[in-house]
Write a protein that binds this ligand. Structure first.
Ligand code: UGA
Length: 437
């Protein structure tokens, strides 16, 4: 497994838990050193335990030496980062190709190179050209095996996926991949779907783009709900019970963030552009989501009466979603920026994300608890729906706040509960109290 980021480390740990022998390789010596001490470089529930037990069982090891790591491997997974290339939104594939070259040079016999990183259509072909250039006679084949796990639920998603997609143009390679995923089909939890390599590469982008569209659709419906006095949570339920639509990913909120949707939608648009086959729905989604984040900052300002200079806002939740320390493209960044631009002071609490947050947001006072954040603040804003925020003592919050205002951008509090505590509640896509009759 080349790369010990989210996908690489979780996949490596889970494959070893299936009983395979796994070596995880990373160039970053500090990361490997930490992993040797069973310190995880990322926050992911259950990961440290899974890594420890498989290291102990002798199935999982870590090294910085790629040549050593791939020796004798049946399959070598490339799970390195594919960030957005600065300037044009294209996925930066330099890490993928560099890894591929090293792998091909180091392999000592037939093996399958598997791209697990999210890579644009045609990347497998490029990797194959590297094989042909460096070592055409070693019997190396190239397949695509995109990963669909979510941060925060990564182990569960890996072990119980809705499907596994393998893009292969070679029967022997497909056989190796069947072997790799056999433990999953044994517990009958996942159909493994074999398809062409380019198709597999596109499935990954199409899936992420579709989910981004779904979220953005419900976010715009939420805005409409506010104007016409409807409730977006009930609209979601009402449409989601239709199996053709499905309930998931219909939670309105401050916009999607993270390391995947923002980057992958942009990369897909580039692919579409290059192919002269526009994806207008995805284009609109990217634009709507981008402007939504600052719009949420303005929503807070409006709820606070339109003037926030010198006022204090308490923010609960900074990471782009719960159960991760990941701050990449988190809506909290733009929301806080908007508030600060308008002259507000910001206090914030996050259960796991503060260290990462400090790298991307400035002039924020970090509090030690949700209550410490609320103390003396003129509004309390829930940005990320951590479980720890689902059962706050609202009466205590009311007594700590300077103004009894709760702005719940994830709709986790019912109006009645806030009302009982004497808090004014502003949600997303909720009928205004006055339009309720
Ligand atoms: C996403 C996909 O869900 C995974 O299937 C995929 O493997 C991964 O990208 C990837 O390409 O590596 P992830 O970015 O970890 O996973 O997080 P999600 O749970 O999908 O959430 C993404 C964003 O959408 C978050 O900001 C979340 O708050 C937001 N969201 C999600 C909503 O606003 N509403 C929803 O109903 C669902």
């Amino acid at each position: 497994m080349i790369g010990t980021g989210y996908v690489g480390l979780v996949s490596g740990a889970c494959f070893s838990d299936f009983g395979h022998d796994v070596v995880c390789v990373d160039k970053d010596a500090r990361k490997i050193e930490l992993l040797h001490q069973n310190v995880m470089p990322i926050y992911e529930p259950g990961l440290a335990e899974l890594v420890a037990s498989n290291v102990q069982a002798g199935r999982l090891s870590f090294t910085t030496d790629l040549a050593e790591g791939v020796k004798g491997a049946d399959a070598v997974f490339i799970a390195v980062g594919t960030p957005s290339r600065r300037g044009d939104g294209h996925a930066d594939l330099s890490y993928v190709f560099a890894a591929a070259e090293e792998i091909v040079a180091a392999l000592d016999g037939p093996a399958v190179i598997v791209t697990k990183s999210t890579v644009p259509v045609g990347t497998g072909d490029e990797v194959e050209r590297i094989v042909e250039r460096i070592a055409p006679d070693k019997g190396i084949t190239v397949v695509s095996n995109p990963e669909f796990l979510r941060e925060g639920a990564a182990i569960e998603d890996f072990k119980h996926p809705d499907r596994v997609v393998v893009g292969s143009e070679d029967e022997r390679a497909s056989e190796v991949m069947r072997g790799v995923y056999r433990p999953l089909s044994l517990n009958q939890s996942a159909p493994v779907m074999f398809t062409g390599r380019r198709t597999a590469e596109l499935i990954k982008y199409a899936a992420n783009a579709f989910l981004a569209v779904k979220i953005t659709f419900i976010n715009e419906i939420a805005d409409l709900c506010e104007q016409v006095g409807a409730d977006v949570q009930e609209v979601s339920r009402g449409i989601g019970m239709d199996n053709r639509i499905g309930r998931k990913f219909l939670n309105a909120g401050p916009g999607y963030g993270g390391s995947c949707f923002p980057k992958d939608t942009l990369a897909l648009l580039k692919t579409a552009d290059d192919a002269e086959s526009p994806l207008r729905i995805v284009e609109a989604t990217v634009q709507v989501n981008e402007s939504r984040k600052r719009a949420m900052g303005r929503k807070v300002i409006k709820a606070m009466g339109g003037e926030v200079r010198g006022k204090t806002v308490a923010i609960l939740g900074l990471t782009f979603k719960p159960n991760t320390d990941d701050m990449r493209d988190a809506p909290s960044i733009a929301i806080i920026q908007t508030l600060q631009d308008a002259g507000a002071n910001v206090k914030a609490f996050d259960p796991e994300g503060v260290e990462q947050a400090k790298l991307v947001i400035k002039n924020v006072e970090f509090a030690a608890s949700p209550y410490a954040a609320a103390e003396g603040a003129d509004a309390l804003v829930i940005v990320t729906e951590w479980d720890a925020f689902r059962a706050l003592d609202l009466n205590r919050m009311k007594s700590l706040l300077n103004q009894p205002l709760l702005i719940d951008l994830r709709n986790i509090y019912p109006a009645a509960e806030a009302e009982r505590a004497g808090l004014q509640l502003v949600g997303v896509g909720k009928p205004r109290q006055d339009s309720n009759g």
